[in-house]
Design a binder for this molecule. Sequence first.
Ligand code: ADE
Ligand code: ZN
Length: 322
Amino acid sequence: MSWKTYPKVELHLHHEGAAPPAFIRGLAQEKNVDISKVFDERGHYAYENFVHFLSVYEAATSVLRTPEDYARLTRAVLEESAAHGVVYSETFLSPDFCGGGDVEAWREYLHAIEEVADEAEKTLGITLRGVITCIRHFGPEKARPIAVCAAETKGGFITGFGIAGDEGKGKPRDFTWAFDCAREAGLHLTAHAGEWGGPQSVRDALTDLKVERIGHGVRAIEDLALVDELAEKGVTLEVCPGSNVTLGLYPNWRRHPIEQLRERGVKVTVSTDDPPFFHTTMTREFEELERAFGWDAEVFGEITRTALDAAFCDEDTRARIA
Ligand code: ADE
Ligand code: ZN
């Protein structure tokens, strides 16, 4: 079966991480910025490992300098997602890259992104919501103004707050001020954990940040008591199998733990993370999962309903998409 037109819900997508390489190259040329180290000889994003990936990501992002750049990026990202059948998407947006954490500067970026998202909803049939994300390796002090940006701009479009970046740096508890601020503003919460950190990292994110969803979370599989706890509490995992396989967390799709997690009752969903970096699309994720585990329309239907139930949107939006 071809999964390309199957209606999909994607909960874990980094806004800049979805930038097509040609788009970033074009902007770099327009602005006369040398980012040749970001690409390999075939024009693909080039990196050696996860930490290097993060620095290449930031180098690519450095050519995005104005609200208009983000408007163009948003258009490119939504066109690509819609072409793969995505009807609802949440992207991670970091005011670190959009105005440096200043609320008024961030509002201008947000306005530009939201305008394109509104248009895309009408023309492409895809609904976008934004999850403001602080960056773990930038440190807890930098996370505070980002949480303030989130709290100040919470509304129809900005519905969540999260944390991405290098899981090897610091601890979730270092970021409690930022998460408390976002929670008090009424934002939904998610955190990257259990990607490069083990089960304890997932436990810490749940206990210290009180998140509803976990970004990745796959390494919970190393502790079955934690897996059962995730299932019991109904925590949704934003699983990105293609990202995990490409970054070498698992040697191949068959060895990815998404099926074991699902079989043990954990709410799993499927996303692409940073699709052009990992040579994936939502269609490819579905095709590989079908190949690896025999997933069919019934399983993908269950995955899609789980994602929609866990989406950080209001009930009217959820009902309209269902
Ligand atoms: N930022 C972009 N992609 C990421 C990932 N997979 N993990 C952590 N931070 C990220
Ligand atoms: Zn991610």
